[in-house]
Design a binder for this molecule. Structure first.
Ligand SMILES: Cc1cc2nc3c(=O)[nH]c(=O)nc-3n(C[C@H](O)[C@H](O)[C@H](O)COP(=O)(O)O)c2cc1C
Length: 342
């Protein structure tokens, strides 16, 4: 594959510029982070999961998650819930806020979620899952695809991914994401790409493979081994949106043309500035701390740098620490001891 004309797959009426998708991650994939991943080459970005009931109740935090920029399309907004009527009403709010795709969470393993028959619990209630798909499908415009994100099953003895994905397809989803871990694995162990391959063979809608992709080489191997139409990446992007440019490079057969990325310190500082601008100086700084720790992971002096990043209160000091810690010549620099520690 070569040249700018290469396109990613289409999900319903939505065309992706590349087959690499930012995974929905609660507490991580806010607007600032999505914009950086988009810029790095993600063909689709996903919001954090939004609870249908919290959104309908007018929760300020949930409404804040609806913030979508004109510069990040296409964007997929993820809903979590178990009541078809409420999911349908909440889905309309996502579309009014600018979501191009409504994704339904059928994979979250958290006990408080599955305890409400939400997330991965829906794999044990396929009829309810299909009712939700039909209700949401009917409530949003035909041009807005409805997708579902599922797991490999409940536990390794449960081969439900294939029949579940087929039932969802019948009910009207336009794509299925398969995270190749079982619910009882949470995020431990290895993702089973074999399940991604089985689902791909069993349905006609695009299948998005997910789990343990850390580089462009991994992404291309997943496409080759499973036949999936797109690859979703989660943890590998934390503090490293450049994983997407690595994917684009691998997809284009090694070419970097037109896709050079800014250096890591520039990316991290832009992230900080966007976070402050979008969330205000207090919340913006608090939420940036975990990202800052991810950005510096693995650089020389990371432990000390992380410790200081957690303690500084002044955004200018965080910026200085990120700039010094991540600059391309960081390994030749000694971190200044006199940076302001408020
Ligand atoms: C911090 C964190 C938050 C997550 N939040 C969500 C979520 O809101 N919705 C969802 O469907 N999956 C969520 N996931 C799961 C990821 O989307 C993805 O399926 C999982 O991390 C496996 O992909 P990976 O191996 O590339 O990380 C989350 C994962 C992490 C690490």
């Amino acid at each position: 594959m070569a040249g700018a004309a290469v396109m990613g797959p289409s999900i319903g009426a939505v065309d992706l510029s590349s087959p690499f998708i930012l995974a929905p991650m609660a507490g991580v994939t806010d607007l600032a982070f999505r914009l950086l991943c988009k810029e790095a080459g993600a063909g689709l970005v996903s919001t954090e999961m939004i609870s249908d009931l919290a959104l309908l109740a007018g929760s300020r935090r949930s409404r804040a998650l609806l913030l979508i920029s004109p510069h990040e399309h296409p964007v997929s907004s993820q809903l979590c819930g178990s009541r078809p009527g409420e999911m349908a009403r909440a889905a309309r709010l996502l579309v009014e806020a600018g979501a191009d795709i409504v994704d339904l969470n059928m994979g979250c393993p958290a006990p408080k979620i599955v305890g409400n028959r939400e997330g991965a619990a829906l794999m044990r209630h396929p009829q309810l899952a299909c009712e939700i798909v039909r209700a949401v499908r009917e409530s949003v415009p035909a041009a807005v695809p409805v997708t579902a994100k599922i797991r490999a099953g409940w536990d390794p003895g449960d081969p439900s991914a294939v029949p579940f994905a087929q039932a969802l397809e019948q009910a009207g989803v336009s794509a299925v994401t398969v995270h190749g871990r079982y619910r009882d694995q949470f995020y431990r162990g290895q993702a089973d790409w074999g399940v991604v391959r089985e689902v791909k063979r069993a349905v006609r809608v695009p299948v998005i493979g997910n789990g343990d992709v850390r580089s462009g080489a991994d992404a291309m191997r997943m496409i080759e081994e499973t036949g999936c139409d797109a690859v979703m990446i989660g943890r590998a992007v934390l503090g490293n949106p450049a994983v997407f440019s690595d994917c684009i490079r691998a997809w284009r057969g090694g070419s970097d043309a037109g896709h050079e990325l800014p250096a890591p310190d520039i990316v991290a500082v832009r992230h900080l500035r966007m976070s402050l601008a979008l969330k205000g100086p207090d919340r913006g700084l608090v939420e940036m701390r975990k990202h800052a720790a991810w950005y510096v992971a693995g650089v020389p002096g990371a432990a000390r740098l992380r410790d200081r990043l957690m303690r500084v209160q002044d955004p200018a000091a965080v910026e200085a620490l990120l700039t010094c810690g991540l600059s391309p010549c960081a390994h030749t620099l000694k971190l200044p001891h006199d940076l302001p520690l408020c």
